[in-house]
Design a protein. Structure first.
Length: 401
């Protein structure tokens, strides 16, 4: 009769423990609160002398709660145990944990959908037997609930981040002009494909009166949101500076200073900027470390290489060369970022500047949008299934004096 009463008492304690942990989970208690309840249940109700609960927290293992142990290891390379770790309750001495956790009697694993979530190391108090099945059930309920809570929180954070990224992408799209000139004197077209939702490439067209205009292309080192934010600041700075001066040397020097101040030398920007004046037929340009654009004029192809180094590394710039040339005949300037030239195929061969030059000679007199689409078709045919690794931007400027 005494034994029966003891058994009933244990069952009541177990059911009470199960009810308590379940209510805490249903009440959406914080993770640390759930571990405290679990700690007190094992210590007060289930006859444990010592225990340590190690939990997989998104690939990193931590001891979340423990008592009675004297040799707790604060940090442990738990991954080395996993290939041989037991999936069922086992005496510690018969497991891969025998040497490291030899002060404990039992190891109680928690697996969910084939993934190891936790290991409970435990020893019963004197003259008591451990109800390992119930403890495993209780631990499994706790760990799976916490895991689901973390996954739900992570999904929520990812959804918030995705919405913020979509907003950033829409803002960035507005930075680059969409209504580019298509007149008898000037045709400009651009293609922009960020590697991520947002990117660090930029192009622009800015009228400087009725007979003069500026156009440019730029590329921030790095990718993603940080590069996009830096490029947004760069665009705003350029627009402000061009209202104060049309001198390319002054524009480049001021942009270089602002990039250096904002990026603190951690990022740089390659930049090509040019102006054209219909009255003087003069094209002025400065290439600040950017892929040299191609100029097709009078049937000849040349690269626009003169200028300076990248922006944001040196102040003042060590040298600045402003080039100028007369363009009285129909001329095409084709500028692009290194996402095009450095795209690779499965053999690690680059698309390359030479291939761009050959294709440009073939397609230079195409309408500009068709020119860009032909380049993308050629690039996709070249790389096949090999994924792109960078933003791709092209801007073409056809001058018709």
């Amino acid at each position: 009769m005494i034994a029966l009463n003891t058994l009933l008492q244990k069952k009541e304690l177990s059911l009470g423990a199960l009810l308590e942990i379940t209510q805490a989970i249903n009440n959406n208690m914080p993770e640390d609160h759930l571990y405290r309840i679990y700690h007190f249940i094992l210590r007060g109700n289930l006859s444990l002398q010592k225990m340590a609960l190690w939990v997989n927290d998104f690939g990193n293992w931590y001891c979340k709660t423990h008592f009675g142990t004297k040799n707790l290891v604060a940090t442990l390379d738990f991954e080395r145990f996993l290939p041989e770790a037991p999936q069922n309750v086992l005496p510690v001495q018969e497991s891969v944990f025998a040497e490291t956790f030899n002060e404990f009697e039992w190891v109680i694993p928690v697996f969910h959908k084939g993934n190891s979530l936790a290991f409970l190391f435990a020893s019963a108090s004197k003259n008591n037997e451990l109800d390992t099945d119930f403890i495993r059930t209780l631990t499994n309920i706790l760990i799976v609930a916490i895991e689901n809570k973390k996954l739900a929180q992570k999904q929520l954070e990812q959804e918030v981040f995705r919405k913020e990224l979509d907003i950033a992408a829409r803002v960035q799209q507005r930075l680059c002009p969409t209504n580019l000139p298509q007149t008898e004197k000037l045709q400009i077209s651009a293609y922009y494909a960020p590697h991520f939702t947002v990117g660090g490439d930029y192009y622009d067209f800015i009228p400087l009166g009725k007979e003069k205009f500026l156009f440019c292309i730029a590329d921030v080192s790095g990718k993603g949101i940080a590069a996009a934010m830096m490029m947004a600041n760069f665009q705003a700075s350029l627009r402000t500076i061009t209202r104060q001066t049309q001198n390319l040397r002054d524009i480049v020097a001021e942009l270089n200073y602002l990039v250096l101040q904002n990026a603190q030398g951690e990022n740089f920007i390659t930049f090509f900027v040019a102006t054209y004046d219909y009255q003087s037929y003069l094209l002025h340009y400065i290439n600040a470390g950017h892929n040299p654009p191609f100029l097709m004029a009078n049937g000849h192809l040349q690269r626009l290489e003169q200028g300076t180094t990248v922006l944001g590394i040196f102040d003042p710039l060590p040298f600045v060369a402003e080039a100028q040339m007369i363009l009285k005949e129909e001329s095409l300037i084709f500028a692009y970022t290194d996402g095009l030239s450095e795209a690779a195929n499965a053999q690690d061969e680059l698309f390359g500047d030479e291939r761009i030059a050959l294709l440009l000679k073939k397609w230079a007199y195409y309408p500009l949008e068709k020119l860009h689409s032909e380049f993308i078709l050629a690039l996709n045919d070249f790389r096949k299934e090999t994924p792109l690794q960078d933003d791709i931007t092209m801007i073409s400027c056809k001058i018709l004096p």
